[in-house]
Design a protein around this ligand. Structure first.
Ligand code: IMP
Ligand code: MG
Length: 178
């Protein structure tokens, strides 16, 4: 375990299980649709790559980068689009792939934005959710697991751009950020 990690919250084995279950559900639900996976950079890259390998139906992928966080651990509430989609999404069935839903601000904004771009349907798939932190209500169509109100790192998730490469999700030691 990394020295800045207090404990492991979701192990590599558990993540594999969750990803497989989500992919099977997506396979089933999207078999007659035009699936476009939209990963939100950078946090979703690890989840996105594992998830897409488990999905067996035809799909396209794209990425967007929206920022709501600075270097700290609290959401700013403001969302900026740093990188937009690379193709039109008219009529496509968009599945947003996110690492974690915290306040819900990012996804609320992105969902409206993709809707305005003419997506045929828009659903949300997130590996993690912190329900205690929600500020805006947002329906989650595909959820890996709910976690307590702790700042987590690993499996794509960062603190000040570090720890994304850890293969598990762990709780960051408070001494690192306080
Ligand atoms: P929201 O807009 O507050 O829902 O924030 C979503 C984004 O905040 C996620 O995509 C993450 O990038 C980041 N985030 C929220 N909680 C954590 C955490 O515990 N660790 C690392 N990043 C987090
Ligand atoms: Mg993110």
């Amino acid at each position: 375990m990394h020295k800045d990690c207090e404990y492991i919250l979701v192990s590599e084995e558990k993540i594999k299980e969750l990803v497989k279950d989500l992919a099977h559900r997506i396979d089933e639900d999207y078999k007659d649709k035009n699936l476009l996976l939209v990963g939100l950079l950078k946090g979703s890259v690890v989840f996105m790559s594992d998830l897409m390998k488990e999905i067996t139906i035809d799909c396209k992928i794209d990425f967007m980068c929206a920022s709501s966080y600075g270097a700290g651990t609290e959401s700013s509430g403001r969302v900026n689009i740093v990188k937009d989609l690379s193709q039109p999404i008219n009529g496509l069935d968009v599945l947003i792939v996110e690492d974690i839903i915290d306040s819900g601000n990012t996804l609320t904004f992105i969902k409206k934005y993709l809707d305005a771009k003419g997506a045929g349907s828009i659903k949300i798939c997130t590996l993690l959710s912190k329900p205690d932190r929600r500020v805006v209500d947002i329906p989650i169509d595909y959820l890996g697991v709910e976690i307590p109100d702790e700042f987590v790192i690993g499996y794509g998730l960062d603190y000040a751009e570090k720890y994304r490469n850890l293969p598990y999700v762990g709780v960051l030691k408070r001494s690192v950020y306080s």
